[in-house]
Design a protein around this ligand. Structure first.
Ligand code: GAP
Length: 516
């Protein structure tokens, strides 16, 4: 099927705005970089994904390899915790990205997103001199995209080839980080004309605020950059107040805040976002076994949410890129339109050892050891952490669901898994007369108790189908002229656009079967 010229991601962003999934935050004031609002359909989709995760993590956790249900409990900790907690966790000292500033344009970039390229020429004496040491900001797209962009720039410079001989090669596109500091200082910024980039410098991502009403005495506090630490702070409370014992998990969903250097790619990297994290506490000797278990579980879970297997990828993080305390980490990656054919992070599954509990134990001077009465053994449990972005997960669902088919009522439509769809059923009277609105309204009043329904009596039936397709609504029910005679309605299934005649008194069981 031919695709429109507008890039896929731009079409998805436009559909999200048009249908009320996601709006730019503070739009009437010109927007605020890195912040987005979830509209009526977006918040419902996000809640549905959150609820699916909560159900499969907390209410009905997976079975362990020995066939018994795992023990996982929920938590909702404060966004603002004691600042000492963020010192202990390492965030105050080390939660930073390397950033470079452009002295000319005053823009700031993430150093690991900057790629540098050289163009050399041969002078009259036949000696090679550097003509150009430019750079570009490749964002999440990485080296492959940088190389493509450089080729375009080189083509633009091609006019020079007539007078001077230009040498270039894609092996000259290197990450800024690979250059020695003296070269880093002579690079032309991505949007600049002259050598202008600073050397990479640490830039802390924590948002600060003040707690306390008395000026001068207010304490500097931090908006949490991850939900995980709240779990470690309450780990002992949970052990003491519930009947869990290792292996067990504590799960939490909530907002997190990071002052990202370059928020970008719609809701992929934002400064305010939501996470779904679970810390799984186990005996040290079982850590690697549970790590493998959770990587498998999480991959399968995303597939269960309707994400195609071929669009997911397990990226085993090599030792030199892992946190120093982690014995093993895998990222679950997705093929986003802006990374394709490569993949980008959706969720991380990290084996964190006892690092976090040890740090909090040392800094708080409260013992966080677990006493195993059966074996008379005292130890700090090891932790496996499946940490995923809820808002990033919504982006994955939207990218995965987006379809384009010119032969349909609406060429753009969303194939969202029915149980996650924000609206489940559209209910329409074919025309606004002959008793049809009354029957449709009665059906609506009945079904709305079980499903999120939308009653729509405006415009042509084709337009109503089109609107529901763009919202990802899996079923539309039309009450027509025949309904009063045969006590049946037409149900149209979104994915096939096929229509079926179903008796009014069978509509509920029909939907029940379809949604189960
Ligand atoms: N507790 C571990 C932790 O926070 P992380 O890899 O930094 O690990 C986990 O974050 C997940 O949170 C990521 O895989 C991503 O889905 C999401 N995430 C992180 N930063 C984000 C941001 N700026 N915007 C949206 N989602 C983000």
């Amino acid at each position: 099927m031919a695709q429109p010229e507008t890039p896929l991601m731009s079409r998805i962003v436009a559909l999200c705005k048009r249908r009320g999934f996601v709006y730019p935050a503070s739009e009437i004031y010109g927007g605020l970089n890195g912040f987005w609002d979830f509209g009526p359909l977006g918040v419902q989709l996000k809640n549905n994904l959150r609820d699916a995760w909560w159900r499969d993590m907390v209410e009905c956790p997976p079975l362990s390899p020995d066939g018994k249900p795992l023990s996982i409990v929920g938590l909702d900790s404060a966004i603002i915790q004691h600042p000492k907690a963020w010192v202990a966790s390492g965030h105050v000292g080390g939660f930073a990205d390397l950033a470079v500033d452009c002295r000319e344009t005053k823009h700031r970039y993430r150093a690991d997103h900057i790629y540098v390229f050289q163009v050399d020429y041969e002078n009259k004496e036949g000696k090679t001199e550097r003509l150009y040491l430019g750079s570009l900001d490749a964002g999440e797209e990485g080296k492959g995209a940088a190389e493509k962009k450089v080729k375009k720039i080189i083509r633009r410079l091609g006019g020079l080839e007539a007078s001077i001989k230009i040498h270039y090669g894609i092996n000259e596109v290197l990450s800024l980080m690979d250059y020695p500091p003296e070269i880093q200082n002579t690079v032309i910024g991505p949007d600049a004309e002259k050598p202008s980039l600073t050397e990479p410098r640490q830039f802390n991502l924590m948002f600060e605020s003040k707690s306390g009403a008395i000026e001068g005495e207010a304490m500097t506090v931090y908006l949490r950059p991850e939900t995980a630490q709240g779990i470690f702070l309450d780990y002992k409370n949970v052990l003491d107040s519930t009947r869990v014992k290792p292996p067990f998990g504590i799960a939490q969903v909530g907002k997190a805040f990071r002052n990202e250097v370059t928020p970008r790619n719609f809701i992929f990297r934002t400064r305010e976002f939501e996470q779904m994290e679970m810390e799984f506490f186990c005996a040290p000797e079982d850590g690697l076994k549970w790590y493998e278990f959770w990587v498998e579980q999480r991959l399968r879970w995303w597939e269960d949410q309707g994400v195609k297997k071929e669009n997911l990828f397990r990226h085993v993080i090599p030792e030199n890129e892992r946190a120093f305390y982690s014995q093993a980490t895998s990222d679950i990656e997705y093929k986003y339109p802006f990374t394709a054919p490569e993949f980008g992070e959706l969720e991380g599954v990290a084996y964190r050892g006892d690092y976090d509990l040890k740090q909090h134990q040392e800094h708080s001077r409260v013992s966080l050891e677990y006493f195993d009465q059966e074996n008379g053994r005292r130890y700090l449990p090891h932790v496996i952490e499946p940490a995923s972005g809820l808002t990033r997960g919504v982006l994955v669902l939207l990218c995965e669901a987006y379809q384009y088919d010119e032969s349909r009522a609406s060429p753009e439509w969303l194939k969202i898994k029915p149980s996650l769809a924000p609206v489940k059923v559209g209910i329409f009277p074919l025309v606004n007369k002959d008793g049809m609105p009354e029957v449709a309204e009665k059906l609506y009043m009945d079904l709305r108790k079980t499903y999120i329904c939308q009653f729509d009596a405006k415009q042509s039936i084709g337009k109503r189908y089109a609107r529901m397709d763009e919202c990802g609504t899996p079923f539309c029910i039309t009450v027509d002229g025949e309904t009063l005679k045969d006590q049946a309605v037409t149900i149209r299934e979104r994915d096939t656009a096929k229509q079926e005649r179903v008796a009014l008194d069978k509509v509920k069981s029909y939907l029940l079967e379809k949604f189960s």
